[in-house]
Design a protein around this ligand. Structure first.
Ligand code: NAP
Ligand code: MG
Length: 487
């Protein structure tokens, strides 16, 4: 195929499209075909990050005093622009990140819906009045924006995660410096472009691209940064958390090791389907992806043989092909890490039933393709049962009772999402009560959450401060001022 010339894109600082202060760039590459360069982006520096912060700081006064209805109008217009371009943006998302086109379309639509949701919800989000003995007074709270907010996001949901952070930040009157993952700057840029085209004033949203370890420091430590909303690995989240000042608010959405428990009374075919979907959609690269199956011994053989059979049938390939079910991993680092876990699992004595290798064929040599893997004979203390793999690798653990299942499920450092397959309402209710997880599912995939409901994890999956998403997602971006008014 003849490759067209690679297009060079810009950062956005104070309303100006700009290159890096040192003139350097980096490439965003298609993981399905690494000869396809999706775009060239500025390798931003700390100097650029500081300029972006100053611009956001200068824009705050005016934006925070802009009529809420005007802010809402801009968010809704941006939503429409995204919706109008679903096909183009979905294709770009798939080329840049690898997920199948069906899921890419859903992600663009979800991002637009998120902007609409916050445009509405933000308009009825305010303070409260409080009962007071003094009859000649009124006591009430005001919710005020914080100031400049850093938005730092991962590549796996490269537009929907930024949307669920940027929309509530903007509607409540904050200004933003947004740094997307270096794997997926193009789709992040599309979001920024939509907001600019919708009429967002200069400086309200600034966009810096480049390596987080190179330019990330000011986004955490500059005194103007009042809050950081971050989604990514627990390791990076911890490093940022350790750097921030006493008064910088943080919201960290981190890793997971999400289990699905399969009870004896559960529908085994359903359990298999939920495992395939939760574990292998997005090639297992979802923070809420299913990573462990904890199955009752009596049903283990049936479950495993059906799971292996279905895994065998999955069509792996370039996500732009509508018939493909599993795309490539997002980048080389992902490919190496996941392959390494496949090796570790075997070394630890688990049994690899299927997958874990690059499929054979010319198509697969050009990208980071890996056949989804299923391990059995996994012990709870093995690394493949404890650590986040973030790839299409399922570990099956066999247990003898509900009590044991709960113990195994909870025996990890994470607590993001968990599911159970059962027909018994008492078992489901006990599970919901005892599982250490921010999201609990019954007869549903561990993946997926509503725009209008809170989202976040327990233990090392999230900072235990503010939930994202839903109406409560607005709380992080505002602070309360109390007014005692006597008359
Ligand atoms: P990552 O390596 O931690 O990167 C996340 C973001 O942080 C990227 O934009 C990255 O920039 C930036 N970054 C890296 N070092 C930084 C530093 N020193 N200062 C400031 N920013 C820095 O995570 P990832 O590999 O992109 O994403 C995968 C992880 O995200 C998994 O652990 C997954 O579980 C988690 N995740 C969690 C949720 C959730 O809601 N809980 C959702 C999705 C994903 P560069 O790209 O330039 O390095
Ligand atoms: Mg890429």
């Amino acid at each position: 195929m003849l490759k067209t010339e690679v297009k060079t894109f810009s950062m956005l600082i104070d309303g100006q499209w700009t290159e890096s202060s040192n003139g350097k760039t980096f490439d965003s590459v298609n993981p399905a075909d690494i000869t396809d360069v999706v775009g060239r982006f500025p390798a931003g520096t700390t100097e650029d990050a500081i300029r972006a912060i100053r611009a956001a700081e200068a824009a705050f006064e005016s934006w925070s005093n802009t009529a809420p209805s005007k802010r809402a109008e801009i968010l809704k217009k941006a939503a429409s622009l995204l919706e109008n371009r679903v096909e183009q943006y979905a294709e770009e998302l798939t080329r840049e990140e690898g997920k199948i086109i069906f899921l890419a379309r859903a992600e663009i639509k979800r991002s637009a819906a998120t902007f609409r949701f916050y445009a509405e919800e933000g308009l009825s989000f305010g303070g409260e009045t409080y009962p007071v003995d003094d009859a000649n007074s009124v006591v009430y709270s005001i919710r005020e924006p914080l100031g400049v907010v850093s938005v730092i996001t991962p590549w796996n949901f490269p537009i929907s995660i930024p949307s669920r952070k940027i929309a509530p930040a903007l509607i409540t009157g904050n200004t933003v410096v947004f740094k997307p993952a270096s794997e997926t700057p193009l789709i992040a840029l599309r979001l920024v472009e939509a907001l600019v085209e919708a009429g967002l004033p200069a400086g309200v949203l600034n966009f810096v691209t480049g390596s987080g370890s190179q330019l990330g420091d000011p986004l955490a430590t500059d005194p103007a940064i009042k809050a950081i909303t971050f989604t990514g690995s627990t390791e990076t989240g911890r490093a940022i958390q350790n750097k921030v000042s006493l008064t910088t608010r943080t919201q960290m959405e981190l890793g997971g090791k999400n289990p699905i428990i399969v009870m004896e009374d559960g529908d085994i075919d359903l359990a298999v389907n939920l495992t395939i979907k939760g574990g292998f959609d997005l090639s297992g690269q979802a923070c809420t992806g299913t990573s462990r199956v904890i199955v009752m011994r009596a049903k283990a053989d049936e479950f495993v043989s059906k799971l292996v059979e279905k895994t065998k049938q999955l069509k792996i390939g370039n996500g732009l092909d509508e018939s493909v079910e599993v795309g490539p991993l997002a980048n080389e680092r992902q490919f190496k890490t996941v392959s390494e876990y496949v090796r570790i699992g075997q070394e630890e004595g688990a049994k690899l039933q299927i997958g874990g290798m690059r499929p054979e064929g010319e198509l697969y040599e050009k990208g980071y393709y890996l056949q989804p893997a299923v391990f059995t004979d996994v012990a709870p203390n093995m690394r493949i049962a404890q650590e986040e793999i973030f790839g299409p690798v399922i570990s099956v653990l066999t247990v003898d009772s509900f009590e044991e299942a709960i113990r195994v499920a909870n025996d990890v450092e994470y607590g993001l999402s968990a599911s159970i397959v059962t027909k018994d309402i008492a078992t489901a209710s006990r599970f919901a009560k005892r599982i250490q997880s921010g999201t609990v599912k019954v007869n549903r995939t561990t993946t997926g959450n509503l725009i209008n409901a809170p989202f976040g994890g327990l233990k090392n999956s999230s900072t235990s401060t503010f939930r994202e998403s839903g109406r409560v997602g607005l709380e992080f971006f505002t602070q309360i001022k109390m007014v005692y008014l006597g008359y």
